[in-house]
Design a protein around this ligand. Structure first.
Ligand code: AMP
Length: 307
């Protein structure tokens, strides 16, 4: 099942209570496609970088089975750059720098071979660009998942609302759900957001797990209690990559299968945070992934008789 991924491919500079990085490779689409490459093979990437982006990293993506024909490299231009600093709790962060650079005039050209994709993952990007990608697909994919962030709510809310109307699933974090809906209660927020377009909503709560809402149903998946969290950057995108990668590989978009997909998304996110940047996602084994999925199952399984 082919999966089309769009989003930022970027340089990040990250500060956490455990250390600081120089410019390293990041970007929503980078995390999404690396994460989904552990589940499904036909991954097509549409993104843009400047000619400052290392070719070795593009080669590595190709080695992981990611088709980069749709990755535009702009001569003489700079890649998107984001810098953030995490607070001591590692659950919240401040954005220090957002330099759009090549993203400012990004025209998402979809190679002919990418048409007819069945799964579309709209990673974090200008909402109008996300919409343009849907418009440019000759056939609507079977499932469209969209991620976004507070930055776009602040500067492009109208476009965001337009794009929201065209997607099946929205993934955002708890703070963003509150900002988008104007409701503090996440249950009320979910109810409101589900009237804005998507029929499924995933609210990510960092180390407190993730919630899946659909009609009147709710599913909750915990996050794995980890001894060491070094860098949460990209955890949300890695989650989304595992989630949609699993759905694409199983070709099943039922609510029940989405519950399994959320567990695999959480498994992948739990690896992501163990090292800075994409490092931990670069060479995982299937054994490690399955062992962690088992830990997740054990974490909340209980047999009991109701009294
Ligand atoms: P996450 O930690 O899952 O929110 O994702 C962090 C990644 O999102 C980083 O690698 C950044 O490069 C990327 N990112 C941050 N801000 C933006 C933005 N405004 N648009 C697109 N990507 C962004």
């Amino acid at each position: 099942m082919s999966l089309l991924v769009i989003g930022s491919v970027a340089f990040d500079a990250i500060e956490t209570p455990f250390g600081k990085t120089e410019k390293i490779i990041g970007g929503a689409a980078t995390y999404i496609s690396l994460s989904s490459s552990y589940f499904t093979k036909e991954i097509n990437l549409v993104a843009v970088v400047g000619d400052d982006f290392p070719k070795s990293k593009i080669d590595f993506m190709q080695k992981r089975g990611i088709d980069t024909t749709g990755l535009q490299v702009k001569a003489g231009e700079k890649s998107f750059f984001w810098s953030g600093r995490y607070h001591n709790d590692m659950n919240s962060r401040d954005t220090l720098i957002t330099e759009l650079n090549v993203l400012e005039n990004f025209d998402p050209i979809i190679p002919e071979a990418y048409q007819n994709c069945e799964f579309l993952m709209l990673g974090n990007l200008t909402p109008s660009t996300q919409k343009l990608v849907i418009d440019r697909l000759k056939e609507r994919p079977r499932l469209v998942v969209m991620d976004t962030m507070n930055f776009w709510m602040e500067i492009a809310m109208d476009d965001l609302r337009q794009t929201l109307k065209m997607v099946d699933i929205l993934t955002i974090n708890d703070e963003e759900a509150r900002q988008l809906s104007g409701e503090y209660s996440l249950v009320k927020a979910a109810r409101k957001i589900l009237t804005m377009g998507p029929s499924f909503l995933i609210i990510k709560k960092g180390e407190h797990g993730a919630l899946l809402f659909h009609q009147d149903e709710v599913f909750f998946a915990p996050a794995l209690p980890l001894e060491d969290v070094f860098d949460p950057t990209g955890a949300g995108d890695t989650f989304a990559g595992g989630f949609i990668g699993y759905l694409a590989s199983t070709e099943d978009v039922s609510f029940d299968n989405m519950k399994r997909a959320i567990i695999y998304g959480s498994v992948m996110a739990s690896f992501c945070v163990e090292k800075f940047g994409t490092e931990r996602l670069e060479n995982l084994s299937q054994e490690e992934i399955q062992a962690r999925a088992k830990e997740f199952m054990k974490l909340s399984q209980v047999e009991m008789l109701l009294v």
